[in-house]
Design a protein around this ligand. Sequence first.
Ligand code: NAP
Length: 289
Amino acid sequence: MHTPDGHTRTCGLIGNPVAHTLSPLIQNHMAQATGQNLVYLPFPVAKGDLGAAVRGALALDFLGLNVTVPYKSDVVAYLAEIDPLAERIGAVNTLVRCQGGYKGYNTDMPGLYRAMQQDGVKIAGRDVVILGAGGVARAVAVMLLERGAAGVHILNRTEDKAQAVAQEVNMMAGKSFARAYALEDYGRIGGEDWLVVQATSAGMHPHVEDAPIEDPEFYRHVEIGYDLIFNPGVTRFMKLTKSGGGRAYNGARMLVYQGIIAFELWTGTCVNQSTADELCRMMMQALGQ
Ligand code: NAP
């Protein structure tokens, strides 16, 4: 690893809280693996200080920043430019220096897409079931639209929220692409061999005994269950998917790839497959999995 010197570039994560983030592990390992003279640090930003933090990073010549909860939408107000995909998703998690400030990107969804490709999960032409209607579920629906899915079925505990997301995505699509349901109404979906993206927070540490849907009948239709949760490494949703005869994946690869895409934007380097696999292993180890 480079010992920091007069040429060291700084990147970091802004959010609140940031103490439990795995991003420094991921980013500093990539800097080492690709020989970049770069350090990556977490920076907790207090409520009301977001603008000052972005201006400060610019003044201090930071190469780039990641942005996490609760600032992924609010940060848009402090950007010089925004990537069209991030604008459609309405959330920015990566800032890259540009003329006069930072350009905002969303690398979460390209990260999920790359992770799915790596896991052999095909999207194009397929109907996809999304569980959840929060910020991430909405972003997943937009990503699936951009990547040529046939349509999405959005199921949420609070049906109104699923309806609002479906309406917004349909406006974007200019056609009927998304349909909304209450979680228990999955019987109305039809078809077999579902690809299900689990984008609720049910089952996330420490509530590891939760799953958004318990009924084994649901899981009999699931060919692929793609959980976006990475802690625990095997969620109850994944166990239920496997019990029903399906394949199950967690969100670790998505987390790693959103970091890789940010790193590639900052440095112009390409991170190879063996480094990506190594990062997944390191991350699971860091989580005690
Ligand atoms: P959010 O906006 O807070 O939305 C949470 C969603 O979960 C809502 O749809 C909520 O339903 C649903 N939910 C919560 N508890 C539930 C329960 N017990 N049963 C059924 N549904 C429940 O959260 P978000 O920002 O979209 O994040 C969602 C998930 O994405 C998180 O679990 C996080 O782990 C994951 N994520 C993964 C990555 C990655 O890199 N792998 C990155 C970001 C996020 P209601 O609307 O009814 O409340």
